[in-house]
Write a protein that binds this ligand. Structure first.
Ligand code: AHR
Length: 503
């Protein structure tokens, strides 16, 4: 059996784990809001129409801040449509997803749902088809206590207290030609800077996220960040990254190494941001909001799923309803390892998305809600990763991938919470054929034992949870985890993700 060796030492701290890296994303897209979180008439719906079974699963997932309402949707969105008496709210075309938006759920209803799941709101403004004034109006409506036209309108609409939204995204994926109102880096940088300055005049305490690239493979990647940050460096706090991965052409080996791409993406954006800072002689540091990440079979969406036709604008169609396998969950868990490995600069991240749409939680109208395979790496990492992320000394065998060349078969990160004395190690085995024996020198932790050890793997790496068989895939206790004489030993099956808690 191949072997890998790690050394864990709390002295090798990368940075504090900010809870915002366990964020989510709810877009008005497909059956995410309607028939997902909101289904009046469902047996589990509460008085406001929100499914309580979904609320319980979102709580179990352990999601922090939730980005809303898009995504591509936001670039055609008029926020005013979604507030006030429901019977007066207009139905609108959603050009991004070729659907009809009923506006039955808007800012007030979504905020109420957030209170039920215990998460904060991260709001995106429309800088695609709208501009600075509309962004300022939404901020006034959301954050001004009273005494102005828009704050009084919010109060009249039933919300006495401000929504007090702390994090704001300055548009969405403005580098993408598919985006309504897509702009050049120069044009976007200018409007983002003007809008950010205005928003800060209104509320200096908000955190602002400027759009970075929608993937590290965009033709403008790198230059986009440089130009946009040159315009906005003094105005914003974070720059966004978006990345989706899928298995292409049956190349499982490359797919399993997707986190190598995420590592490079983060490090390149950090280098570019620091370069702009250096050129400006600025001591300010711009951090990353990785506000869309996941496995997404996007090629399938472009192939068969697309809705077309001038007379065909369905409400809540089934869109982007990927069903995830064990292999997908292993890649997903590895993406979380990558986020933790960059905890010093990734200050916030949003799993895209939460319910039905490329989501860890699925629902059936009138029926059950269930956990996808990807639910588990998220919920376990969110629960166990506390305190600081630790850099591990890693000595592992390698393999050669078509997409990324030679990469390690094992990837890992650890965390340590000085307050509780608890630590955790998260690992993947990317081998498609062999188990790997891992030894971790944990002597620097002193007297500790194994509290929990979970492994997600399956003889069928394409096994999935479905409506018919919703509990086919789940992590199991890994009884091979043994700690003796300051050394933790664990066997990782092929194509697996594992988490071990120590304390
Ligand atoms: O998450 C699905 C879509 O992916 C989002 O709407 C968009 O921002 C990205 O391209």
């Amino acid at each position: 059996m191949p072997a890998a060796r790690l050394t864990l030492d709390p002295a090798f701290a990368i940075g504090p784990i900010r809870r915002k890296i366990f964020g989510g994303f709810v877009e008005h897209l497909g059956r995410h809001v309607y028939d997902g979180i909101y289904e009046p008439g469902h047996p589990a719906a509460d008085a406001e129409g929100f499914r309580q079974d979904v609320i319980e699963l979102v709580k179990e997932l352990g999601v922090d801040t939730i980005r809303y309402p898009g995504g591509n949707f936001v670039s055609g969105f008029r926020w005013e449509d979604s507030v006030g008496p429901r019977e007066h709210r207009p139905r609108r075309l959603d050009l991004a997803w070729h659907s009809t938006e009923t506006n039955e759920v808007g800012l007030h209803e979504f905020s109420s749902w957030l209170e039920k799941v215990g998460s904060d709101l991260m709001m995106a403004v429309n800088l695609g088809t709208r501009g600075t004034l509309e962004a300022l109006d939404l901020l006034e409506y959301s954050n001004i206590r009273s005494g102005t036209a828009l704050s009084e309108r919010r109060i009249a609409n039933g919300r006495a207290e401000p929504f007090d939204v702390r994090m704001w995204c300055l548009g969405n994926e403005m580098d993408g030609p598919w985006q309504l109102g897509h702009r050049s880096a120069d044009d976007y940088g200018k409007i983002a800077s003007r809008t950010a300055k205005g928003m800060r005049q209104l509320d200096p305490e908000i955190q602002l996220v400027v759009c970075g690239s929608s993937s590290a493979h965009m033709p403008t990647f790198g230059e986009w960040e440089r130009v946009v940050l040159t315009h906005t460096y003094d105005d914003v706090d974070l720059i966004s990254c978006h990345a989706y991965y899928e298995e292409r052409g049956g190349d499982l080996g490359s797919f399993l190494a997707s986190a190598v791409d995420m590592d490079g993406f983060i490090e390149t954006v950090v280098a570019t941001a620091d370069h702009v800072g250096a050129v400006r002689g600025s001591s300010k540091r711009i951090d990353i909001s990785f506000d869309e990440w996941n496995v997404w079979y996007i090629d399938r969406f472009h192939g068969v799923d697309k809705i077309t036709g001038i007379d065909n604008w369905p409400i809540a169609p089934r869109l982007l309803e990927d069903i995830y396998s064990v292999a997908d969950a292993v890649v997903f868990g590895n993406l979380m390892i990558s986020l933790l490995k960059h905890a010093d600069r990734v200050a916030s991240a949003s799993l895209a998305q939460l319910v039905n749409v490329i989501a860890p939680i699925m629902t059936e109208p009138g029926g059950i809600a269930w956990r996808q395979s990807t639910f588990y790496p998220f919920s376990i990492t969110s629960r166990l990763a506390r305190g600081e992320a630790l850099r591990l000394k890693l000595d592992a065998p390698t393999y050669v991938t078509e997409a990324y060349g030679e990469v390690p078969l094992v990837d890992a990160v650890a965390t340590h919470d000085a307050e509780t004395g608890r630590s955790a190690v998260f690992l993947v085995n990317r081998s498609t054929t062999e188990a790997i024996e891992v030894t971790v020198d944990v002597s620097a932790l002193g007297e500790v034992g194994v509290l929990e050890a979970h492994t997600l793997s399956d003889e069928d790496v394409y096994a999935k949870n479905t409506l018919e068989d919703p509990e086919r895939v789940a992590p199991r206790a890994n009884d091979s985890a043994v700690l003796a004489g300051g050394v933790l030993t664990i066997s990782l099956p092929p194509v697996s993700w594992s988490a071990i808690a120590l304390g």
